[in-house]
Design a protein around this ligand. Structure first.
Ligand code: SAM
Length: 359
C-alpha cells in the first residue's frame, strides 16, 4: 500500500477519549476513512471529511469532555477500495461480482438492496461490504418480496449492521421519520414530490389521498406558506409517523393528518373543498377517481393521478380509462396538463402520472 500525506480537518482529543471520539465521528457519518488516525504524545487526531454543523458540534460537546478542531497532516491509504466490486473481488468469484446489486435505495442511514437469487448465500458479505463502502450507512436490508397489500409494504431482511428498520430521511430540506418495514416510503419518488410541490399556488387547499408518512404534504406546506393540506392514510403506523413528521417539520398549522379509508374520510369530511388532489396509490388509484372528484371544489381543480402501466397497455388507454372514470363520477375532464413516466418498476412496467384539469 502506497502512503502519501494529506491535510485534513480533525477532532483532537486526549488519548483516553480516543475510542469515544472515533465512534462519535462514525455515528455522525463525518469520519474520513481514506486517512489514518494520527497519534501524538497524549493526543489523538481523528480526521473528518468536512466541517461540523452546529448540531453535530453540540453532540460532540455533550459527549466529550474536552476536544479541539485542528488541521493536520495525515497519511492517506491510497489503494483503499472505492467500490463494492473492488472491495469484494477477492472474496467472491468473478461471476458473482458481475451480479452485485448496482442500485441501492438509501433511506436515511439505511440501505435497501435487491439480492439476486444466485448471490443469496453471500448476502451477509455483500451487506458488510456496503457498510464499508458507504460510511453513512448503519443498516443494510435486503428486499424479500414485492410491495403489496393495502399498506403497500414489502418483506425485508436485515443482512448487516444495526438491527433496526427505523430512520430519519432528509429530502428537499424536510426530515421524515420513517420505518421502512411498517410504512411505505420510496426515495425514488423524490423528484415527483418536488415537482408536485412546485406546481402548488398560494392559498390552495390540497387533499393528499394516500399520504404515507407525508412526503408530498409536508413538502408542499414547507414550500407554500398559505396552503392547507389534508393528508390521509389508512395505515395507523404511517399515520403516527405522518403526525410526527408534521411536527418535525413545523407545519402543524398547514397540514392536517387524517386516519382512515380515503373514501370514508372524503365522504364525511372533505367533499367539495380541494383545488388539488394527489392520488399516489398507483395499484388502485383508478378505483378512487370518484373520491378525488368528490374532494374537488364544485368549480373543479387538478388531480395528480398515479398508475402502473404494463406493456402492452398504453398511455392512451390509461388516459381513456381515467377520462371515463371522471365522467362516471359526474365531472368533466378539461384537459391533461401533463403525462409522464415516473420510473420503471419492473421489466416492461412503469409508474406513470397524469396531471389532469377537471371541471
Ligand atoms: C404508494 S403509498 C404512497 C405514500 C406517499 N404518498 C409517498 O409518496 O411516499 C400509498 C399509501 O396509501 C395508503 N392507502 C392505501 N389504501 C388507502 C385508502 N383506501 N385510504 C387511505 N390510504 C390508503 C397506504 O397505507 C400507503 O401508505
Amino acid at each position: 500500500m502506497i502512503l502519501v500525506s494529506k491535510e485534513a480537518l480533525a477532532l483532537k482529543v486526549n488519548k483516553k477519549h480516543g475510542e469515544k471520539a472515533i465512534a462519535l465521528t462514525r455515528k455522525l457519518g463525518v469520519d474520513n476513512k481514506k486517512l489514518r488516525i494520527l497519534k501524538e504524545e497524549q493526543f489523538i487526531f481523528v480526521p473528518i471529511r468536512r466541517s461540523l454543523r452546529e448540531e453535530e458540534l453540540k453532540r460532540i460537546e455533550q459527549q466529550l469532555e474536552d476536544f479541539e478542531l485542528s488541521y493536520n497532516s495525515f497519511l492517506e491509504k491510497k489503494n483503499q477500495p472505492q467500490t463494492l466490486d473492488q472491495l469484494l473481488e477477492k472474496k467472491l468469484p468473478a461471476e458473482l461480482i458481475k451480479i452485485l446489486p448496482r442500485s441501492i435505495d438509501i433511506v436515511g442511514d439505511i440501505a435497501i438492496i435487491e439480492v439476486p437469487r444466485e448471490l443469496a448465500p453471500q448476502k451477509k458479505i455483500v451487506g458488510e461490504g456496503i457498510l464499508k463502502i458507504h460510511r453513512n450507512i448503519r443498516t443494510v436490508l435486503a428486499k424479500a418480496g414485492v410491495v403489496n397489500g393495502t399498506f403497500r409494504l414489502r418483506k425485508i431482511e436485515i443482512i448487516a449492521g444495526e438491527h433496526r428498520t427505523e430512520t430519519i430521511h432528509a429530502e428537499h430540506g424536510c426530515k421524515y421519520h420513517v420505518d421502512v418495514a411498517k410504512t411505505y416510503f420510496s426515495p425514488r419518488l423524490s423528484y415527483e414530490h418536488k415537482r408536485v410541490a412546485t406546481l402548488v399556488q398560494k392559498g390552495e387547499i390540497i387533499v393528499d389521498l394516500f399520504a404515507g408518512v407525508g412526503p408530498f404534504s409536508v413538502l408542499i406546506a414547507r414550500k407554500n406558506k398559505e396552503v392547507k393540506v389534508y393528508a390521509l392514510d389508512i395505515n395507523q403506523i404511517a399515520f403516527e409517523y405522518l403526525k410526527d413528521n408534521v411536527r418535525l417539520n413545523r407545519v402543524e398549522t398547514l397540514v392536517f393528518p387524517k386516519l382512515g379509508d380515503a373514501r370514508k374520510v372524503v365522504g364525511e369530511d372533505l367533499s367539495g373543498i380541494a383545488n388539488r388532489v394527489i392520488m399516489n396509490l398507483p395499484e388502485k388509484a383508478i378505483e378512487f377517481v370518484d373520491v378525488a372528484c368528490r374532494a374537488l371544489k364544485p368549480e373543479g381543480g387538478i388531480i395528480h393521478f398515479y398508475s402502473f402501466l404494463r406493456s402492452p397497455d398504453s398511455m392512451a388507454n390509461l388516459k381513456q380509462r381515467f377520462t371515463e372514470s371522471v365522467e362516471e363520477s359526474g365531472r368533466e375532464l378539461s384537459r391533461f396538463l401533463s403525462t409522464k413516466n415516473v420510473r420503471a418498476t419492473a421489466p416492461y412496467q412503469w409508474q406513470v402520472v397524469l396531471d389532469a384539469k377537471i371541471s
